[in-house]
Design a protein around this ligand. Structure first.
Ligand code: ZN
Length: 89
């Protein structure tokens, strides 16, 4: 599970850096490549779900000041936020 995250992050950052350098040196159109990479990486990260219950493990439902805040965390927790079972590494 975490290896998958490291791979996604590394590939994402490497592609972003490549497109960033290309955009700076070759042509500004390469900035669109950066946007594509960001969309692909965030989609890939959000699609990682708990093998036991299928909940997206990055999904976070926090309660603060009586309001519940929905969001996504950048790194998976050790235990599933829904069924509390340990997530495989
Ligand atoms: Zn679960």
């Amino acid at each position: 599970m975490k290896k998958r995250f490291i791979t996604i992050w590394l590939v994402g950052f490497a592609s972003l850096a490549t497109f960033g350098i290309l955009a700076g040196t070759v042509h500004e159109a390469f900035f669109f490549g950066c946007f594509v990479v960001i969309i692909v990486v965030s989609t890939a990260l959000m699609n990682v779900s708990c093998p036991h219950c299928g909940t997206a493990v990055l999904y976070r439902d926090q309660k603060a000041f009586g309001l519940s805040i929905n969001g996504f965390r950048p790194w998976p927790p050790d235990h599933c936020p829904n069924c509390k079972r340990e997530l495989p590494l």
